[in-house]
Design a protein around this ligand. Structure first.
Ligand code: HEC
Ligand code: HEC
Length: 322
């Protein structure tokens, strides 16, 4: 930290504490011009306001917290570049840069110095490894009707997937619902597992505004797209949109119902089912077309490993099976 910022922070921090002390002193002064406990001369429906000071216990306590604050600044880093008398650092190993951290990790690996996290992971793997191994030997369909497997799958889902897909897997704007029968990339056990292992990156839904000849083009195509799910639109606008829809058919299908390559869905949503990834209001559909969309589903094979992915796949698969 440059000395300017160091001084800036120190002055602000100490200034605040001193300010608190002065405020306390000020509030303890008797400005009313009457003795403590006497009436201030105000009366509201017969209830009189007395000149009562701040309770002693309260002001003492406030004073103690201020003194505590000074003590804290003395012991711990906080005042700019001053490191505190305890030598404590927020990174418990004193690592302050990414390079340092990487070097330490490499050193630990080379010398078999296992840190706490690794030890815990190792212990957990030893305990739960056999369970996942047993699950991995069974098919996803089979696991999808096994309550114990689904429980494990659900737990893993809540930990790893719910922040995007929701704790009920019903998704939200931009993150697909996994509990319905509408799939971007297919809903067979193999498709789901593939989505998880490799991740999915929506490719090709570029911004179309220029290619559609500007704002009116976008509005026309949007009107046509909206008409596909049976809603009222301006017929003329939809008609000229339909002509332009040929540009979209390669991915979304000539009828807007999505398309597949050799049976595998291409990831371009069905536009005719009134199920929307990003929203179906005219404004949002126009936005999808105007600016493009690019959802990214992370790949999980290196994060969770195939055995865990297998069990989560069974959980996800089970959600759309009733
Ligand atoms: C960072 C957000 C995020 C996380 C975390 C995430 N996903 Fe996704 N997932 C997405 C997005 C975005 C898509 C859609 C990609 C697209 O638009 O092409 C998707 C797509 C999918 C699909 C394909 C859906 C279809 O209709 O074909 C499946 C299955 C899926 N996710 C399951 C999971 C599971 C299980 C997990 C936890 C291991 C998970 N996701 C974690 C964002 C996420
Ligand atoms: C190269 C393939 C491709 C072409 C061509 C394409 N799209 Fe898309 N479109 C996609 C993909 C993939 C997505 C999903 C993006 C995501 O998952 O984040 C998408 C999403 C959309 C959405 C959002 C759907 C929703 O459920 O919210 C709309 C609307 C849309 N496209 C309309 C069009 C229109 C209109 C055209 C032609 C002007 C077009 N697309 C051309 C691939 C394509």
């Amino acid at each position: 930290m440059s000395s300017f910022w160091s001084i800036w922070i120190t002055v602000l921090s100490l200034g605040t504490l001193v300010g608190c002390y002065l405020l306390l002193r000020y509030c303890l002064k008797n400005f009313a011009g009457v003795e403590e406990g006497e009436s201030m001369g105000h009366s509201f429906d017969g209830i009189e306001e007395l000149n009562n000071p701040l309770p002693k216990w309260w002001s003492t306590f406030f004073l103690v917290t201020i003194i505590w604050g000074f003590g804290y600044f003395l012991m711990y880093p906080g005042l700019g570049n001053f490191e505190g008398l305890f030598g404590w650092k927020s990174s418990n190993q004193g690592i302050l840069s990414l390079q340092e951290s990487k070097a330490k990790a490499a050193h630990a690996k080379e010398n078999n110095l296992i840190v706490q996290y690794d030890m815990e992971v190792k212990a957990a793997d030893a305990k739960f490894g056999p369970i996942f191994e047993a699950f991995a030997a069974r098919s996803i369909e089979d696991l999808a009707s096994d309550d114990a497997a689904l429980k494990v799958g659900q737990r893993l889902f809540l930990q790893n997937c719910s922040q995007c897909h929701g704790s009920d897997a019903r998704g939200t704007t931009g993150f697909p619902n996994l509990a319905d029968k509408d799939w971007l990339y297919g809903g067979t056990p193999a498709d789901i597992k593939h989505s998880l292992m490799e991740g999915r990156k929506a490719q090709g839904m570029i911004a179309w505004e220029t290619m559609l000849g500007g704002d009116q083009g976008v509005k026309d195509v949007a009107a046509y797209v909206i008409s596909l799910s049976g809603r009222e639109v301006n017929a003329e606008s939809a008609k000229s949109g339909q002509e332009k829809f040929a540009m979209c058919a390669g991915c979304h299908g000539a009828d807007g119902k999505g398309s597949t390559a050799m049976g595998i869905p291409l990831g371009a949503p069905n536009l005719a089912d009134d199920i929307w990834l990003y929203g179906g209001s005219p404004r949002v559909v126009e936005q999808s077309i105007r600016h493009g969309r690019a959802g990214v589903m992370p790949a999980w094979k290196d994060i969770l490993g195939e055995q865990k992915v297998h069990v989560i796949s069974a959980y996800v698969y089970s959600l759309s099976q009733n």
